[in-house]
Design a protein around this ligand. Structure first.
Ligand code: BGC
Length: 762
């Protein structure tokens, strides 16, 4: 009898499983139709395993919700952008899950090489796939509105076309491995200070031409699986709660058909988010679930909205490796990936100054390294979205030694001891993994005169490295743009001592945002902006210094003379000091009762640049301002030298209704092999009663292959002619003024064009 009962139960269970629609086998509508309201609500939120439960992928940022009875698995997402962020170790597992630390996003963008960005994407996509995850929460593509933006290293450029094209290539590279991305942080996420509440007050023209154009290009050219909305508000509305951003622009105008997810705990009103087309709330909070459930039950959130977002989540799940039961190897080719990281890093470094060909360091044997950063290099940024560093980093000392240089030994110990002492002073309780202010770095150590004298005698050249570390959670402050008194003193002392002996000095900038260079650049012979090139930093830098690789990177951001020179600087929290009481007030942390909390929130003290930021500069961000208004800069956007020279010949150009094309022949006229970057800008006509126009705007760029001396390459650049138009706020429409449009081929955003082609639009 017992046996009989059991088999009836098994049969019924089997039948009910059989009767359930299954994702992938049955129509999506039927699967949705079989869901309870609670299940639908659950699917609109990420899933966090209860504390103490073993995660499938320790260290991953989150997953979607699984409903086993309907064949819906959890899809796994992990942070990037330059490294797949998962924990290298797992409980009861002796394997190590290391992942490659690529150059930071900004470094990759500095290559001005979409092929390199594609390769970087392929590499990280391969690791996502090899370790069995589904989606990389990257890339971040917000504009570098100011030099102090805390996450600039996680972004690409001050120019939207540059950012958009690099992003599209990176995303295409990742998605070629059948895993997805979350293109982020959509949109206008240009400051970290008070990022969960800050309201970016930005005009429609700047919004369209700058802050949305990068996303538009990336969305149209790479069809990302998902978009992550940003924390901030724009013009009074949280982006995740805005139909304008998520439905009108992203979906209706640009044709995006994927999933929109929120940044982690972004927004305030979960119901509004779903109504706005922000389908998935990450990582998902109980109070959000409750609010959506209640709104669904009382009808204030109509079921069509819920069903539509559920459908988009399911379509996202359907694409995933996890859904397809992909058998992943759970290991990846780290060795090959390191070699590629090195190649991409070296391809991105920017040579800013090379007086009397001090570089490459041929004929140099003995090198003296100065600057604490020479012994404590910063391979990448920090924060949740760029968490920590990879499993190794080739130091500068190691990279140069491997390249055959002998490094001054007497400096190593004193520098190491100095750094240790400084870190102890700054962080008595140990170094934090990330910080709410830009992390303090050890200040400079100035070698004693006798030590310096001995170094000068024993070495052929001095290298000074200046570094800055920044990342998610805090913006840089004005003071981080400037050199400290000791940094200036170090440059002065070392330069004078080496120059007096007829020897040269090279400065390396280990930064992801401009720092002050104008006051000291004349006192040194060479400057290389090495950015943050990831795990292979020392090797990538040595490749360029030794001449094994000819530098071909270009600046993705203007190096301004002073902080305050850029128009946007006037509206940025450059001197912000974190104020816990204001923070508590804003979040009503101190409130004891709900009524008190409501009162505190109802009386906010809104502070300029903290609670709201006026984008008064409009479209005049970065070089658009400096070039148009003839303002002096230290190094312009797009600038970068080479160990060789190139000449240019215009072969053809045309502005047609749909596309604009320019074809240029580039010839290496120097003595060594090298790659060049062709930058094409448009100078649009300024007509009476028309719109004002920036003096030039980047529309396309390309990097040549490695050209041997005398060798040429024909480069054709093409872009959508619609990009030549400007946005008319009054008419709420794009406007192509009649007149002469000049296509300018330039070496950077400020110097005279090397070629010009004019076309009249009637
Ligand atoms: C960051 C995102 C990141 C997410 C998940 C947030 O703090 O802004 O960039 O993807 O955390 O870790």
């Amino acid at each position: 009898m017992k046996k009989y009962l059991l088999s009836v139960a098994t049969l019924l269970a089997g039948l009910s499983a059989f009767a359930q629609p299954q994702l992938g086998k049955d129509k999506i509508e039927d699967v949705i139709g079989a869901m309870t309201l609670q299940e639908k609500v659950n699917l609109l939120h990420g899933f966090r395993a209860p504390m103490g439960t073993e995660s499938k992928f320790p260290g991953a940022a989150g997953s979607t919700y699984a409903i086993e009875r309907l064949g819906i698995p959890a899809v796994w997402m992990a942070d990037g952008p330059h490294r797949l962020v998962i924990s290298p170790s797992r409980s009861f597992d002796s394997s190590v899950y290391n992942t490659t630390e690529l150059p930071s996003e900004l470094t990759i963008a500095s290559s001005f090489d979409t092929k390199a960005a594609y390769k970087a994407g392929e590499l990280i996509g391969q690791e996502v796939s090899d370790y069995g995850l589904d989606v990389l929460l990257a890339p971040g593509i917000n504009l570098l509105r100011t030099t102090l933006g805390g996450r600039n290293g996680e972004y690409y450029s001050e120019d939207p076309v540059h950012a958009g094209l690099i992003a599209a290539a990176f995303v295409n590279g990742i998605q070629s491995k059948n895993v997805g991305v979350a293109l982020k942080h959509y949109a206008v996420n240009n400051q970290e200070t008070n990022r969960n509440q800050n309201d970016a007050i930005v005009g429609q023209r700047a919004l369209r031409e700058l802050y949305l154009r990068n996303f538009e290009i990336a969305v149209k050219l790479s069809n990302p699986w998902s978009i992550m909305t940003s924390y901030n508000k724009v013009n009074g509305e949280y982006v995740c709660e805005s139909r304008f951003f998520n439905e009108d622009v992203l979906r209706s105008e640009w044709g995006f058909d994927g999933l929109v997810m929120s940044d982690w705990n972004a927004g305030r009103n979960a119901v509004l988010s779903i109504k706005a087309g922000n389908d998935l709330l990450m990582p998902g909070q109980d109070k959000q679930r409750a609010a959506i459930l209640a709104a669904a039950e009382d009808g204030s959130l109509p079921m069509e909205y819920i069903d539509l977002s559920v459908k988009r989540v399911l379509e996202f799940v359907l694409k995933s490796h996890t859904f397809k039961n992909f058998q992943y190897p759970n290991e990846t080719d780290l060795k090959a990936h390191s070699a590629l990281a090195r190649e991409i890093g070296a391809n991105s470094l920017v040579l800013l100054k090379n007086e009397a060909n001090v570089l490459p360091m041929t004929g140099v044997k003995n090198v003296a390294l100065y600057g604490t950063t020479s012994y404590d290099i910063v391979p990448a940024g920090m924060g949740f979205g760029a968490t920590g560093h990879g499993y190794y980093c080739v130091s500068l000392v190691e990279g140069l030694r491997k390249a055959g240089y002998s490094i001054e030994k007497s400096l190593i110990m004193p520098y190491q001891m100095h750094i240790q002492a400084e870190n102890k002073k700054n962080y008595p309780n140990g170094l934090p993994p990330f910080s709410i202010t830009a992390p303090l770095r050890a200040d400079e150590f100035i070698p004693a005169p006798e030590m310096l004298e001995a170094n000068v005698k024993a070495n052929d050249i001095a290298i000074i490295t200046l570094g800055r570390a920044n990342g998610e959670g805090a913006d840089r402050k004005r003071e981080h743009f400037y050199l400290t008194a000791n940094e200036s003193e170090l440059i002065k002392t070392v330069s004078e001592a080496y120059h007096a002996a007829g020897k040269k000095v090279v400065v390396l900038l280990n930064v992801v945002s401009a720092i002050e260079t104008a006051s000291w650049k004349d006192s040194v012979d060479g400057i290389v902006c090495i950015f943050q090139p990831g795990c292979e930093t020392g090797n990538a830098v040595a490749d360029v210094l030794s001449g094994k690789v000819n530098p071909s990177g270009r600046l993705p951001q203007t190096f301004q003379v002073n902080y305050g020179d850029a128009l946007a600087d006037a509206n940025f929290p450059a001197d912000y000091v974190f104020d816990m009481s204001a923070f508590s007030r804003a979040y009503a942390i101190d409130a004891k009762t709900a009524a008190e909390s409501a009162k505190l929130k109802a009386e906010p003290v809104l502070k300029k640049d903290i609670d709201y930021t006026n984008y008064e500069e409009g479209i005049y961000v970065g070089y658009r301002y400096f070039t148009t208004f003839g303002k002096e800069v230290s190094y312009p956007f797009g600038f970068g030298l080479s160990y060789t020279d190139f000449s240019y010949e215009l072969l053809s150009s045309a502005i047609e209704a749909d596309k604009t094309t320019v074809t240029v022949k580039v010839t290496n006229t120097g003595k060594v092999a090298g790659k060049d970057v062709v930058e094409a800008y448009i100078k649009a006509p300024v007509v009476k009663r028309g719109l004002d126009k920036p003096a030039r705007e980047l529309k396309a760029f390309a990097k040549t292959e490695l050209l041997q001396p005398g060798q040429s390459e024909v480069i054709t650049l093409t872009w959508d002619s619609a990009w030549n138009a400007s946005y008319n706020e009054k008419k709420a429409a794009w406007q192509m003024d009649k007149g002469v449009y000049n296509i300018l081929i330039c070496k950077d955003a400020q110097s005279e064009p090397v070629l010009t082609a004019s076309h009249k639009i009637k």
